[in-house]
Design a protein around this ligand. Structure first.
Ligand SMILES: Nc1ncnc2c1ncn2[C@@H]1O[C@H](COP(=O)(O)OP(=O)(O)OP(=O)(O)O)[C@@H](O)[C@H]1O
Length: 295
């Protein structure tokens, strides 16, 4: 399975350029779409989900061209939109049943088996017959993920799927995604770096509608090679205004302040080089301190 975007641009009616000449190939596996708010992630996902038409450029999913063959693409699609309005008066089972019918899963036994299996998978087996309105935010999100999986879609698009999940649920979600990613494309968008750390084979970093980096996770780390530093400093130091530095984190421990920052030269005495992680690489890219390299 393969998705191809060729020089895709989207300009919304009031002039916002959400995507700006994006060219990209996506193959089977988990593909992460990372970027700050407004980067264009949702727009790209909606385009692949056949809900937004590009202003210019071309998109194909397998041999189908969008928007001309959108019905063929919809048949292989599971989609979790960023804002998912669930029907609060239905039970989890009723909601899943309704969506399964909409997706054309007509066989009663298959529908029942699929629903029970998926609700079990996302850990909602105890509340199958409870009303959705009584669910916590995390439970609603898990139900929204389960509905996207109905019909075993070969293409799964998850827009900010971990929003509203607590750390334990995040972990459960990552395991779930790893288990279902075989032989299909899973595209997930997030602005949280650790969401892509577990499980994404490839990722794209988007900013202002453009691809800043495309590659494997290591390519993101490498963006902060040679510019990541750690220092133990006086707690009174003004960390907001360190010349030429981008602050990644600061932690107070035992009366001292421990800084992790990016800089071409260590602007603080006693700073030692640190081995970059994904967060450092992401900050380096987004702050413009280091241009990304395709791998
Ligand atoms: N329907 C719309 N009409 C006009 N402008 C839009 C529309 N949808 C998105 N935009 C604009 O396009 C740009 C990209 O938005 P998009 O939602 O694709 O980004 P995003 O990376 O998903 O961000 P977020 O995580 O905040 O949703 C933003 O400037 C946004 O304001």
């Amino acid at each position: 399975m393969e998705i191809h975007l060729d020089n895709v641009t989207k300009v919304y009616r009031r002039g916002a350029k959400a995507l700006d000449g994006v060219t990209l190939d996506i193959q089977s596996g988990v593909f992460g779409l990372l970027g700050p708010n407004g980067a264009g992630k949702s727009t790209m996902m909606k385009m692949i989900a056949t809900l937004v038409v590009p202003t210019s450029g071309h998109i194909s999913v397998d041999n189908y061209t969008l928007p001309a063959q959108q019905n063929e693409v919809r048949r292989m699609l599971g989609y979790l939109p960023q804002e998912y309005g669930l029907f609060n008066n239905l039970t989890a089972y009723e909601l899943m049943d309704y969506i399964a019918l909409m997706k054309g899963i007509g066989n009663d036994k298959q529908r029942r088996d699929d629903i029970n299996r998926l609700l079990d998978w996302v850990g909602l087996n105890d509340v199958i017959h409870h009303r959705v309105g009584s669910f916590s935010g995390g439970m609603k999100q898990r139900l929204a993920i389960a509905q996207a999986l109905l019909g075993s879609p070969r293409l799964l698009i998850l827009d900010e799927p971990t929003a509203g999940l607590d750390p334990e649920e995040r972990l459960r979600f990552r395991n779930l995604i790893n288990r279902i990613s075989v032989d299909r494309i899973v595209i997930l968008s997030t602005h949280i770096v650790s969401d892509v750390a577990a499980g994404c084979q490839r990722l794209v970093v988007l900013n202002h509608g453009r691809i800043m980096l495309e590659g494997e996770l290591d390519a993101l780390k490498r963006c902060a090679d040679g510019i990541t530093w750690e220092a133990q400093v006086d707690p009174g130091i003004d960390t907001e205004h360190l010349p030429g530095a981008v602050m990644v984190s600061s932690q107070r421990r035992d009366g001292s302040l421990y800084l992790r920052f990016l800089a071409k030269e260590p602007s603080i005495s006693g700073a030692v080089p640190a081995s970059p992680d994904l967060e450092d690489g992401y900050m380096a890219l987004i702050s413009g301190m280091r241009a990304g390299a395709a791998s």
